[in-house]
Design a protein around this ligand. Structure first.
Ligand code: KDG
Ligand code: MG
Length: 403
């Protein structure tokens, strides 16, 4: 099965997406997500200008060799742009291999390890009572696991607090908008949120929370400790993870489970975190961590240390990533949970997909491949619109902080 052509499709049905489509001499096509929020066109150019010319004529079945060729062959290894571009090729090739076999992707990976994929949804509100109402609404929709984020008194804009039902889109402006931050205000507020949530919801649902890189290790330790009685499923991105060693301090102080890795690109970003058992869940996903081929390597390393997967699944990852991730999740032995932020109706229409939601679980479906396609005619009606993620500043003196 020879690769005859490959194209990059950039569209914005509600938000920007970059998609790679690979065509073959057997008439089969495969697609892969290449979206890197706020830096979309860099990946599009990397693919069009540097990768596609090297793909034409190659055997689409040689997934591993093509992966190594793009990774080692570039000389410049890793990084979000490179690894997202490689992921798009890898995802499209796995899609093609499964289609050529006439099988859903999970069968090609090794078959089902479970009946469905437990997902967590995003509930958020402007204050505690609003967030409680939203969490209860998610519980009513059948979710077994719910992430809760709330506005913080005294802060103008806070990560994770959305503008409409079921919809939170952080890339909210043509140039980066500015948020304000106060660790003290956040640390005073957050334990109260989870106290109230457990009071109203009980303990039959999993609750999760995303700190979104804003605390230092000792502050994160304090938060983790104060949340222990509320039995969170995880506390996510408690501190920035460039220095993997930082998680040791948090680990020494709290039994609240720790998740990290949505911005990781490779196994090297999480090697020490995993080998030293400093985390419980690894959040790397298909699109930003080199595709299924590389994610599988990360998951295998993690399984040796009882670290489970919890793939990133925000709206800036396209349905093509979600489809591939769900097949991966159904197979991977050390699965933990999958994030699921619903896409808008426009996005869903541009990316017809086989996956379905029922009672807090997602099912990838049995269509050959990963089960997600792109309607190119419809996509063309939504041209790219520049959009950035916000930046964050300390409220008291304007110091640039982690968003
Ligand atoms: O592009 C950034 C988003 O994907 C990120 O802010 C979402 O933290 C996130 C999450 O946990 O979904
Ligand atoms: Mg996150």
């Amino acid at each position: 099965m020879k690769i005859t052509n490959a194209r990059v499709i950039v569209c914005s049905p509600g938000r920007n997406f970059v998609t790679l489509k690979i065509e073959t001499d057997e008439g089969l096509t495969g697609i892969g997500d290449a979206t890197l929020n706020g830096r979309e066109l860099s990946v599009a150019s990397y693919l069009t200008d540097h990768i596609i010319p090297c793909l034409i004529g190659r055997d689409a079945h040689q997934i591993e060799d093509i992966w190594q060729y793009l990774y080692k062959g570039a000389y410049w290894r890793r990084g979000p742009v490179t690894m997202t571009a490689i992921a798009a090729v890898d995802t499209a090739l796995w899609d093609l291999k499964a289609k050529a076999a006439g099988l859903p992707l999970y069968q090609v990976l090794g078959g089902k390890s479970r009946t469905g994929v437990m997902v967590y949804g995003h509930a958020n509100g402007t204050d505690i009572e609003h967030t409680v109402d939203e969490v209860l609404r998610y519980a009513d929709m059948g979710y077994k696991a719910i992430r809760a984020q709330s506005g913080v008194p005294g802060l103008d804009k806070v990560y994770g607090v959305g503008r409409g039902n079921l919809f939170y889109e952080p890339a909210d402006a043509d140039l980066p908008s500015e948020h304000d931050w106060s660790t003290e205000k956040y640390l005073r507020h957050t334990p109260k949120l989870f106290e109230r949530l457990r009071e109203k919801l009980g303990f039959d649902h999993h609750l999760l929370h995303d700190v979104h890189h804003r605390l230092t290790p000792i502050e994160a330790s304090r938060l983790g400790k104060s949340l222990e009685e509320h039995q969170l499923f995880w506390m996510e991105d408690a501190t920035p993870a460039e220095n993997q060693e930082s998680f040791r301090l948090i680990r020494q102080h709290t039994t609240t489970p720790l998740a990290v890795g949505e911005i990781f690109n490779s196994i090297w970003d999480c090697k020490e975190l995993i080998e030293n058992q400093l985390i419980d869940y690894i959040r790397a996903t298909v699109v930003h961590a080199g595709g299924i081929t590389h994610l599988r390597r990360i998951a295998d390393l993690a399984s040796m240390y009882q670290v489970r997967t919890g793939c990133h699944g925000a709206t800036d990852l396209s349905p093509a990533c979600m489809g591939a991730a769900l097949h991966f999740d159904l197979w991977v032995p050390n699965f933990g949970i999958q994030e699921y932020m619903r896409h808008t109706e426009e996005t869903d229409a541009v990316f017809p997909h086989a996956y379905t939601f029922d009672k807090g679980m997602l099912y990838p479906g049995d269509a050959p491949g990963h089960g997600v396609d792109i309607d190119e005619k419809l996509a063309a009606k939504y041209p790219y619109k520049r959009a950035y993620l916000p930046v964050n500043r300390q409220q008291h003196d304007g110091t640039l902080w982690n968003w």
